[in-house]
Design a protein around this ligand. Structure first.
Ligand code: 5GP
Ligand code: ZN
Length: 115
């Protein structure tokens, strides 16, 4: 728990989140500013700053995070038409919240541009 981290505060329950999944190692909640009808953030309970802070041993966790995104896409009914998974990393990558999170975005045809 990092006291000034907004996602740590959501994980701990200090700030409310619209949760769609929780287990011992991750939570998933709806983005406060959704860019599509489904916009979910999958977040490790542990404070990991970004992809740059991942280390050897985290491979299976990251695999489970992606598989959970797949399951949530199916639960949301967006899997068949397709969806986007996004991991922004660092300032130039467009990361605003410095606690690793995987965006699951679906429900409309997204643009081809990656920025
Ligand atoms: P980033 O640009 O860091 O990859 O994305 C951060 C995301 O977190 C943004 O889409 C933003 O809307 C979302 N976000 C920021 N603060 C909060 C919050 O307090 N609650 C929720 N649910 N989402 C947040
Ligand atoms: Zn944090």
């Amino acid at each position: 728990m990092t006291a000034d981290c907004v996602f740590c505060r959501i994980v701990s329950g200090e700030i409310p989140g619209d949760f769609v999944f929780q287990d011992h190692e991750m939570v998933a909640f709806r983005d406060i500013h959704p860019v599509a009808s489904t916009h979910i953030l999958l977040v490790p309970r542990e404070h990991i700053g970004s992809v740059q802070d991942l280390k050897s041993g985290d491979e299976e966790f990251i695999g489970r995070l992606i598989l959970r995104a797949k399951a949530l896409a199916e639960q949301e009914g967006v899997a068949e038409r397709g969806y986007r998974l996004v991991l922004n990393c660092g300032v130039y990558g467009g990361q605003i919240v410095p606690h690793l999170h995987l965006h699951l975005i679906g429900g409309r045809k997204l643009g081809d541009s990656l920025g």
